[in-house]
Design a protein around this ligand. Structure first.
Ligand SMILES: CCNc1nc2cc3[nH]c(NC)nc3cc2c(=O)[nH]1
Ligand SMILES: [Zn+2]
Length: 371
């Protein structure tokens, strides 16, 4: 039903290539997961996601709980049927959005009282409710309800959140009964190494099928992120998947893979796509720039996606400057393809033993803000 198998490990860095077996298919890791917040990866159809190589997508419990509600999705037959995505789905637990999006009213050991950012209605989210909602949504992987502290924070606040996150993880485990759904834990501890080790050991003791690294990509430096990954890499179970939440930028993906991360998600490719910011093999570029006005070449010469095979920079620039919906769609499409295939190329390099070379070449070419 649910199993992770190591396929290859880079002897120099510890980067891993693996296979994650789920009820809706086998995922080749490392994997980049497009974010489909409200049961849609914005502007993309499921067929287009398959075409660009997506294997597993994410959906957000906080949003779907508020609208259309988990009961409606369950009546539709679950998320796979509702949105016509036949591959694996991971649902987050709402933990992060309740803290980051809602008008937070109160947090206690019992749960979180918050006001919906949509209509101001008051709600009380608990680990048990988060699990019940995710079981109704029917994803293949559900996430524990955790407390992600903002950055910067104090060691005391981070320490309290680690204890609460462990207590809530225990309650999620108790409440979770859906056999065809794996429940992942989320390691917290902010940028404090002793707290990260305590959070990891307490959650490992509870024996989850997979472990997410939370509390990062919240404003801390890349060095701080990498230091935490270096601390957790040797202690997280080798034969279980590691999921770095909310990451990320291309260079962060490659550096995360080098530190033993298997799964990533990030809204950047979609969000940047909608404002014309593109990831290309030679860095980031914004297609609205005047230098592309008469550039009839592809967005990225080194890309073989549907967009780069069929449209020019001049055309996509025109679409964006004209506010045409197709502009957002084509840039989203290319960006998702870019990240999905970046981690796919990394996986191939890990398997054929050339990952250090791949990592060096990629970082050399992808100078941030090259254009
Ligand atoms: C599953 C919900 N819990 C949960 N989601 C997260 C989502 C994130 N997204 C980002 N950067 C964009 N950091 C994150 C941390 C967490 C985190 O610590 N916890
Ligand atoms: Zn492309």
């Amino acid at each position: 039903m649910f199993d992770y198998r190591l396929v290859a490990v880079c002897p120099h860095t510890g980067a891993r290539a693996g296979e994650l077996v789920t009820p809706h298919g086998v995922i080749e890791t490392p994997v980049f997961m497009p974010v489909g917040t409200q049961a849609t990866v914005k502007a993309m159809t499921p067929e287009e996601l398959v075409e660009l190589g997506a294997q597993i997508i994410l959906s957000n419990t906080y949003h779907l709980y508020l609208r259309p509600g988990a009961d409606l999705v369950a009546e539709a037959g679950g998320l796979h049927r509702f949105m016509r995505w036949q591959g694996p789905i991971l649902t987050d637990s709402g933990g992060f959005q309740v803290f980051s999006l809602s008008a937070l009213r109160q947090i206690s050991d019992e749960g979180v009282t918050f006001r919906s950012h949509r209509d101001g209605s008051s709600h009380f989210m608990t680990p048990e409710l988060s699990v019940a909602v995710q079981e109704k949504l029917g994803g293949d992987i559900a996430m524990c309800f955790d407390e992600c502290v903002p950055w910067p924070t104090t060691a005391e606040e981070a320490d309290r959140a680690v204890s609460r996150t462990t207590a809530w993880a225990r309650r999620c485990l108790e409440a979770h009964g859906r056999e065809d759904q794996a429940l992942f834990a989320i390691v917290q501890g902010s940028v404090f190494e002793p707290l990260r080790l305590r959070s990891a050991s307490e959650l490992i003791e509870l024996d989850f099928p997979g472990y997410a690294i939370g509390g990062l990509s919240v404003g801390e430096s890349h060095d701080a992120m990498y230091r935490i990954l270096d601390v957790l890499n040797p202690v997280l179970p080798r034969h279980k998947p590691r999921y770095l939440m909310g990451v990320g930028f291309p260079t962060n993906l490659v550096e995360g893979i080098a530190r033993g991360v298997d799964m990533f998600d990030c809204v950047l490719p979609s969000r940047n796509g909608r404002n014309g910011t593109l990831f290309t093999s030679s860095g980031r570029m914004n297609i609205k720039g005047s230098r592309f006005e008469r550039d009839f070449g592809p967005l990225d010469e080194a890309c073989d996606c549907y967009v780069c095979r069929n449209y020019s920079r001049a055309y996509v620039r025109h679409l964006h400057r004209s506010g045409e919906i197709l502009g957002a769609r084509l840039c989203t499409w290319h960006n998702l393809h870019f990240l999905v295939h970046l981690v796919r190329k990394a996986r191939k390099a890990i398997i054929d033993g050339s990952f250090p070379d791949f990592r060096r070449r990629f970082l050399e070419h992808f100078m941030e803000g090259a254009y």
